[in-house]
Design a protein around this ligand. Structure first.
Ligand SMILES: *Cc1c(COP(=O)(O)O)cnc(C)c1O
Length: 371
């Protein structure tokens, strides 16, 4: 007897490929048998976690035998206060990834479509495809989202638009004015998801969060995460801010305990660690300058980035250089799967990590060709 799962699984899954994460340090350790590895591949916070977060986790450990607070009451109320919204507008997720998926599951199905940009965060595409909805991807402009091109793909059957601001893996950002103008032209039946995973890092005069557009646009959702500047990627905690009616539907669909106790405690604690957040931002800004100067010195073009990562062009050699960086214990992110076969995405690390990456890169570029 044999079971043919190909005939049995949801049709949306046939075109779905698994998300490819950055290579874990332990995996490369096993493969190379070396210890001295740096990972600049997943836009993680190179400082490690906030001490307030690790202390909160230790304290929360006493209650591991209990289910978490399924409503996330304390974190939601703290966030609501910080952001100037009602707690009923907040949806907590197992990472903001969870919230993005909940939005797709809430609003998409066969017969409707969602609009994204080329080179956008790949999770949107996965969430749309899994729902058997049609994915419409607009060509990018200078690697960034072209909101006119995206608006042109919207029709009566469009239920979702995903905008990453800044975008990953390109680091490109949209101005507050562009976001506002886009919202003004969207029909009420189109929910716009503004993914602000890197919002804390952005230091561009024309940038602004879309949060304060929420009262005017019930069809706007903002997503944020504790995985990046707040340094809690391992815990999987993020959130969405939306109209309370939409939050209510998301709440019906989510798993009852999608945000676990340790994540809730750590997220609450790190919100009080203003010094940690500031240091994360400062270290990133300095590291970005270091990285950009390194690329200029090497004559490499890069896409100016507002996040904690930068995509650098190594025309014709990105895959080869990536392979050889790995062999040297340096993990960065190939982005061919994002339609960027000539780029590598590098997360900003500590000064010493950035230096090791740049020195290794310089050496590999100098002795050309595959070895
Ligand atoms: C990293 C990232 C996220 C956040 O992922 P989590 O699930 O919260 O860890 C969301 N959107 C973008 C664009 C990202 O790069």
């Amino acid at each position: 007897m044999s079971t043919d799962f190909k005939q049995l699984v949801q049709p949306g899954l046939h075109q779905l490929l698994p998300y490819e994460p950055g290579k874990p340090i332990d995996e490369l350790k096993r493969e190379l048998g070396i210890d001295d590895i740096i990972k600049l591949a997943s836009n993680e916070n190179p400082l490690g976690p906030s001490r307030l977060a690790t202390q909160a986790i230790a304290a929360a450990g006493a209650d591991l035998a209990r289910y978490p607070d399924g409503s996330g009451y304390r974190l939601k109320h703290k966030l609501a206060e910080r952001l100037g919204v009602a707690a009923g507008q907040i949806t907590l997720g197992n990472g903001s990834n969870d919230v993005l998926e909940l939005l797709a599951r809430t609003l998409l199905g066969p017969g409707v479509n969602a609009v994204v940009s080329d080179h956008a965060f790949v999770v949107y595409q996965l969430a749309v495809t899994a729902q058997q909805a049609e994915l419409r991807s607009a060509p990018a402009r200078d690697w960034g989202h072209d909101l006119d091109a995206m608006a042109a793909l919207v029709d009566d059957d469009t239920r979702l638009v995903f905008i990453a601001n800044p975008n990953n893996p390109t680091g490109t950002w949209l101005s507050r004015a562009e976001i506002e103008a886009f919202m003004a032209r969207m029909p009420a039946s189109v929910t716009v998801v503004l993914d602000e995973a890197y919002e804390e890092y952005v230091d561009k005069p024309d940038y602004g969060s879309g949060l304060d557009l929420l009262p005017r646009y019930p069809n706007l959702v903002i997503t944020r995460t504790f995985s990046k500047a707040y340094g809690l990627a391992a815990l999987r905690i993020g959130f969405g801010v939306s109209h309370p009616d939409l939050a209510d539907y998301l709440n019906r669909l989510r798993q009852p305990f999608n945000a676990n106790s340790l994540a809730l405690a750590a997220a609450e604690a790190v919100l009080d660690d203003a010094a940690y957040l500031q240091e994360s931002i400062t270290v990133n800004a300095a590291g970005m300058v270091q990285m950009e100067n390194g690329f200029k010195r090497l004559g490499l073009e890069y896409i100016p980035s507002a996040g904690n990562f930068v995509a650098v062009a190594i025309p014709g050699r990105a895959a080869e250089i990536n392979r050889r960086l790995l062999a040297e214990g340096v993990i960065v992110r190939p982005v061919a799967g994002y339609g960027m076969p000539d780029h590598l995405r590098v997360s900003i690390g500590l000064e010493s990590e950035n230096r090791r990456f740049l020195e290794t890169l310089e050496r590999l570029l100098a002795n050309g060709g595959d070895s």
